[in-house]
Design a binder for this molecule. Sequence first.
Ligand code: CO
Length: 176
Amino acid sequence: MIHEIVIYPDPRLKHISEAVTAFDGELHTLLDDMYETMIAKNGVGLAAIQIGIPRRALIINIPIEKEEGEPPEQPKENTLEIVNPAIVWRSNEMVKFQEGCLSVPGYYEDIERHAMVTIEYQDRYGERFVIEDDTFLSIALQHEIDHLDGKLFIEKLSYTKRKKFEKEWKKRDKKS
Ligand code: CO
């Protein structure tokens, strides 16, 4: 089922999500719904709180680039389902990537994050895994895990950029 996305400045986005304790059908439905919703909105990642569910669960599906003119593919089997993640290591090296967020639609900005992270997490069955990554996935993981702690990428903007963003966002709110 496709859910509505919680949009900034909805206070739910500041909520600190709670650990998943039951790896049951309800969790599986949540993860399946998150995939459907993310695909419907052309996203590459989604945290449960973004559909209003305060649980420590997120998904990431990095699109496979196809030939020019063809849309990139995000098959369900490529979806990384991450439950109860913990960042256990971060590189000192930082990198900048352009980020966006389904909860802040239409806004993109370069954000600095750790180049490499190691993450421990559980899958939908509760089995434990470790990911170590230094590609775009590392950035996506840091962005989505921030959502579980009630943080948005716009909080990492400089004071000036944040002011400009808030001004533009208010204008946009009035229009819609
Ligand atoms: Co986001």
